[in-house]
Design a protein around this ligand. Structure first.
Ligand code: NDP
Length: 453
């Protein structure tokens, strides 16, 4: 046993920090963890979990409409935002308690304080300080907004979860994960949504057909998607806000939400004093074992900005703990990380986009299918499902799968195992489909629609 107060001290009790703390403790380490906000982190408290609950809520409006096509008569439905927020908050409280239980069951000592380095092995917590042989930084990220006039009137996703009432008219600025998800939430719940994005199709970085299908589906849902639009200024008016757009237009809304990206939480940690290297864009620089340039200080999750997804942070935390305390060397592999956008309809994706595959892999064949999901043959809803497979010509490996449509995240999670395992198109072809499903399309696409190289 070392002379330090702890074998490991973790700063930040979100997904990555909690997993690392629990696993390190299970390997016999004496572990302390601190958290200035609520235990659970962005995902549980103000991210993935409450967001998905709101996505479910938003979907009911369509479900009531669609029910008519199946013989149902649904009476006038009303919606209460305060009831939804209360139910969501109760669930987040429950999860927060689960996380607290996980830490105490694992024997991890929790300090509900902000942690700051005051030495290479010492952390200040309020009035006290503790020493630790190793320190893990898992402080996550926070929303970033551009510095324009009136930006102080804008909310971010942090505040969107706690609005007292549902705005009648809202502008959502951005075209990434959060903007597309919240535009769908507010729209489904009955607000008039204008989504403003500076590019020519939302979800930059995704496959180009995913981007164009999502852009057009968002519009079909009733979102006023304004592409190639920038907000120059936000002004408060008596009733709400006016947004001056770069095209000269003025948009009047009751709320403005910015979802223009997130930045790592490194401010005020004292990293400079202990010499931890931070990149010019503010993320902690780590190697594949999550070690910083200081050999006993590590970092995982969004604060390292490798791939900013909860399951990645959890995986990084687990690998770190196994490597440092469990006697196994577990480098983190960020290849073929699946992800989803819970827009309406949602997106599921794993591997290379068509354009990235052409650029990084070379000759590829593209298989594609677009169809009306079976549910909508009776509902009458004009909504498409689009599926794509990207296949490396020489090896025949499936290197990318992209789905936009009902259940896309659930479908792609399963298929991600095949892509991660390097399975070939022929292995897909000899897999029997489940009929009738949308997912069976992924094992029944026969001829490429395009070949590159
Ligand atoms: P993203 O990086 O996904 O999107 C940011 C958006 O803001 C982009 O459309 C970007 O445009 C735009 N933008 C950036 N700067 C400006 C500016 N100055 N003026 C106008 N628009 C601007 O960030 P999010 O905030 O949506 O999400 C952050 C991260 O959180 C994601 O990258 C993801 O890793 C994670 N996340 C994952 C989710 C999931 O798995 N379902 C859900 C939510 C978040 P451009 O594209 O042109 O740069």
């Amino acid at each position: 046993m070392s002379d330090y107060d702890f074998d490991l001290f973790v700063i930040g009790a979100g997904s990555g920090g909690v997993r690392a703390a629990r696993i390190a403790a299970s390997h016999g380490a004496r572990v302390g963890i601190c958290e200035e906000s609520r235990v659970g982190g962005t995902c549980v408290i103000r991210g993935c979990v409450p967001k998905k609950l709101l996505v479910y809520a938003a979907h009911f409006a369509e479900d009531f409409e669609d029910a008519k096509g199946f013989g149902w008569t649904v009476g006038p439905a009303t919606f209460s935002w305060p009831d939804l927020i209360r139910a969501k908050d109760d669930e987040i409280d429950r999860l927060n308690r689960v996380y607290l239980g996980l830490l105490s069951d694992a024997g991890v000592t929790l300090y509900q304080e902000r942690g700051t380095f005051i030495g290479a092995h010492r952390i200040q917590l309020g009035e006290e300080s503790f020493s630790a042989e190793r320190i893990l930084i898992a402080t996550g990220g926070r929303p970033w907004v551009p510095d324009i006039s009136g930006i102080e009137y804008a909310i971010t996703s942090d505040e969107a979860f706690h609005l007292e009432e549902l705005p009648e008219r809202i502008a959502v600025v951005g075209g990434g994960y959060i903007a597309c998800e919240f535009a769908g939430i507010f729209n489904g719940l009955g607000a008039a949504v204008t989504q403003l994005y500076r590019g020519d199709a939302v979800l930059r970085g995704f496959d180009h057909e995913v981007r164009s299908v999502v852009s057009s589906e968002l519009r079909k849902k009733g979102i006023d998607l304004m592409l190639e639009s920038n907000v120059e200024r936000i002004r408060k008016t008596g009733a709400g806000f006016e947004l001056d757009l770069d095209g000269g237009e003025i948009l009047e809304v009751d709320r403005v939400m910015y979802a223009t990206g997130r930045v790592p939480n490194v401010r005020g940690l004292g990293l400079r004093d202990v010499g931890v290297e931070v990149s010019p864009d503010g993320r902690i620089v780590v190697d594949e074992l999550s070690c910083t340039n200081i050999d006993h200080i590590y970092a995982v999750g969004d604060v390292t900005s490798r791939v900013n997804l909860t399951p990645v942070a959890t995986y990084e935390g687990h690998c770190f703990a196994d490597t440092v305390f469990g006697n196994q060397t577990r480098p983190v592999n960020h290849e073929y990380v699946p992800s989803a956008v819970f827009s309406q309809p949602p997106v599921g994706t794993v591997g290379y986009s068509e354009e990235d595959a052409v650029h990084h892999i070379g000759p590829v064949d593209v298989y594609r299918s677009e169809f009306r999901p079976m549910k909508h043959t009776l509902s009458g809803r004009d909504e498409k499902t689009m599926m794509k497979l990207i296949v490396e010509r020489e090896s025949r490996k499936v290197v990318g799968i992209h789905v936009v449509g009902l259940d896309a995240p659930e479908i792609v999670q399963g298929f991600a195992v095949a892509v991660k395992s390097g399975l070939t198109k022929e292995r897909f072809d000899c897999t029997i489909g489940i009929h009738p499903t949308a997912a069976e399309e992924l094992v029944t696409m026969r001829n490429p629609v395009r070949s590159h190289g």
